[in-house]
Write a protein that binds this ligand. Structure first.
Ligand SMILES: [Fe+2]
Length: 194
């Protein structure tokens, strides 16, 4: 018996924002309260990758689960719905804390996959990735999330809207031309594919 999700897809966005502008601001404030770091790329060692400004310019911080339980609950519920309706992966769960990301003017993240070919330093297999736009789109220009897919162009995200995608899809955030783009990024995992 093969389980078929209702609307099979490797890319799915919520129809409406899942967080209000005020909730987005609360997440931004919490992101700013945490220790920030320049983002690394890749998983080439146990330290979690290397700095490479040719590949990525982003400031990040991590939001501990215990700081925003309601936010995590909402994200989990939404991810489970998206998985049930579109992806159909088994045993999907919250495995890693959310990454608050800030792309300043000139910030970007070049083409990459969120699940590494070599998974030995990764938590349970990353299968679904998520981005929630926290900024109001009027606050920045550029900084579009793009996918290397045939035709399947994602929508321009609204503030508080979430997009979920298969972690094996190549994607990028193109250069921010004006303002600051703030988003919340998460990865969800489960048992290995079988
Ligand atoms: Fe990514």
């Amino acid at each position: 018996m093969i389980f078929e999700p209702k609307w099979k897809s490797l890319l799915a966005n919520t129809i409406k924002p899942i967080f209000t502008p005020q909730q987005c601001q609360d997440i931004i404030n919490m992101g700013h309260k945490q220790k920030s770091e320049e983002a690394k790329v890749g998983h080439t060692d146990k330290a979690g990758g290397n700095y490479d400004t040719k590949k990525r310019i982003t400031t990040i911080s991590w939001i501990p689960f215990k700081e925003m339980p309601e936010m995590y609950h909402m994200i989990d519920r939404t991810m489970q719905q998206a998985n049930g309706n579109h992806f159909g992966y088994e045993g999907m769960t919250l495995t890693e804390p959310a990454q608050f990301t800030e792309y300043p003017k000139g910030g970007f993240y070049d083409w990459h996959m969120d699940a590494d070919v070599n998974c030995q330093f990764e938590p349970p297999v990353r299968k679904i990735s998520m981005t929630i736009l926290l900024s109001n789109p009027s606050e920045f220009e550029g900084g579009d999330l793009e996918f290397m897919t045939e035709g399947n162009k994602p929508p321009q995200l609204m503030q508080g809207q979430a997009i979920f995608f298969c972690s094996l899809l190549r994607h990028r955030v193109n250069k921010v031309k004006k303002g600051i783009r703030r988003s919340l990024v998460m990865w969800f995992g489960g048992p290995p594919f079988k």
